[in-house]
Structure formats: structure tokens, C-alpha cells
Design a protein. Structure first.
Length: 276
């Protein structure tokens, strides 16, 4: 196991962090299967991502309230004091240590439909209509739905490393959904590497799954350190409130550094394509 420096360019500026793991170059194969992929019917198939409308009427506000309630529930479980007027953007004023933050996200990164007071299957149907495939929120291999609330404090390493979800067997045939909830701006939202789902494994230096450690936190997803052609030059599509970012599980994404003064909160779904 070695410690390497991940260097990427974000917002046109370099950003570096240390990653501990076993790194290797992959085989000469492209894992993304273009034919019948969940993004095969949309105009942005080659880019690997698209920003789409997600909510109608008061739906977004209802989801935001449920997300807030889940974070407060995590505070209560760990007996973390919080103000009565708690707001998501001020999360970092309540959670001031990495230790407490890890306690909270240990709960919020492993939720199911039952934890969210919102119709997630309605979103699956809505996004399926956009993609031209029927989607479900139920992940067969996990035997449950899977929802993550991502919380990124300002100027922190509250990030996933650059990665592909498709390396994990249960995420190979899904659409990734990233929904901005609070504090999502051009300085905070999720970065992606356009077209990277088409890269062969032989051009990617990465760790094994569950093999990357950053700032004391071990990640289920592998860390992609770099490609043979260059360091990672990522962009932030930055969906607005009421929109969602949809992307292939083989698109390189992550390293959502928060360069603002407020906490950024988002919700992530992975919706499998229903098998015929």
C-alpha cells in the first residue's frame, strides 16, 4: 500500500489531496456498453451526463424538508446539540469536528425509500421517461433501495475521490442521479469528467474497490488517480434547484470540493434499469 497525490483541475484551478491505497493500471477494455445502455437514447450519450428537470410545484421543498429531518435525526441519535433554527447551509457551525461529521454521514449515506418522506419511485418514473427506459429504485443485489445524503462542509475533505460507480457490480446497469438540495453553486456542485465513460481501463490508474483512504475515511468506491493522457480536468454541470444531474455509472466523477462559505447538501440515487 502506498500514498499517492491525486492532482486534478477543478474550476480551472489545480487541487491536490493524498490518497492511500494499492494503485494499478487496468486491462485494455471499455466497461461501458454503448448498446442498450441506460443513456443510449439521449442526445448526451457521448458526454455521459445531462441536466434535466426533476420537480414540479412544491415537490422540491417537501424533499428538502425531509432531508433536513434526516440530518436532525442523526444529530439526535448521536446526542449532538443543535439550534432550534438549524438550517442545512449552517451545518458546519453545528458539526465542527471530523469525528462528529463521520458519525452523521455514517447514517445519511445508507438510507432507503422508507427514510425519505417523498415518493422516490415517482422520480424513477419521471427520469425513466426522459431516458426512454423503465427504472426502479429497488436494487436487486442489495435487496433494497439506496439513497445517500451528501454533506460537504466548506474548505474540507468531505468528498469522494474521483471514481466510477460501475466498478461495483450492483451499480453497472443504473442511472446515477445527483440532486442539489442546499448550497449547490458553481463553486460547490458535483464535478464530472466529460466523455470519460468511454475510456478503456488501460488508460486509468486506480485503486481496488473499498481500497482508497482519504483523511482517515475508507471509501467503497475506488479512487481514480489519473489517466494516461493527463491529470483529471473536471467540470461542474451545476444543476439548479429543481433540476437533477443524470449520468452514466462509468463516468468519472467526484472530488466535489466546497469552495464556498456554506455547507453543501445533495441527494444521490442510483436507479437500475428494469430488466425485460
Amino acid at each position: 500500500m502506498s500514498v499517492e497525490t491525486c492532482t486534478l483541475y477543478l474550476d480551472g484551478k489545480p487541487f491536490q489531496f493524498a490518497v492511500e491505497g494499492n494503485f494499478f493500471w487496468g486491462e485494455n477494455e471499455v466497461l461501458f456498453e454503448k448498446k442498450d445502455s441506460v443513456i443510449s437514447k439521449v442526445a448526451w450519450q457521448d458526454e455521459g451526463y445531462g441536466v434535466v428537470p426533476a420537480f414540479e410545484g412544491n415537490e422540491f421543498n417537501a424533499l428538502q424538508q425531509s432531508i433536513t429531518a434526516n440530518i436532525i435525526k442523526a444529530f439526535k441519535i448521536h446526542k449532538i446539540p443543535y439550534p432550534e433554527d438549524f438550517s442545512l447551509k449552517n451545518y458546519h457551525n453545528v458539526i465542527t469536528t471530523d469525528e462528529d461529521h463521520l458519525k452523521v454521514i455514517d447514517i445519511t449515506r445508507n438510507l432507503t425509500n422508507e427514510d425519505i418522506d417523498f415518493d422516490i419511485d415517482m422520480l424513477a418514473e419521471r427520469f425513466g421517461n426522459i431516458l426512454g427506459y423503465k427504472l426502479t429504485s429497488y436494487v436487486e443485489e442489495l435487496k433494497k433501495s439506496h439513497i445517500q445524503i451528501r454533506i460537504n462542509r466548506p474548505s474540507s475533505l468531505d468528498i469522494n475521490p474521483p471514481h466510477r460507480d460501475g466498478y461495483l457490480s450492483y451499480w453497472k446497469d443504473v442511472i446515477n442521479v445527483w440532486i442539489p438540495i442546499e448550497g449547490c453553486t458553481p463553486e460547490t456542485s458535483l464535478p464530472v469528467l466529460p466523455g470519460s465513460h468511454l475510456l478503456p481501463e488501460s488508460e486509468i490508474l486506480r485503486t481496488e474497490s473499498k481500497g482508497a483512504k482519504i483523511n482517515g475515511n475508507t471509501y467503497y468506491v475506488p479512487c481514480i488517480l489519473k489517466t494516461k493522457s493527463a491529470d483529471l480536468r473536471m467540470i461542474r454541470p451545476n444543476p439548479k434547484e429543481g433540476e437533477a444531474l443524470l449520468f452514466s455509472p462509468f463516468l468519472i466523477h467526484g472530488a466535489a470540493v466546497n469552495r464556498s462559505e456554506n455547507t453543501r447538501v445533495s441527494m444521490e440515487l442510483r436507479l437500475p434499469k428494469v430488466k425485460r
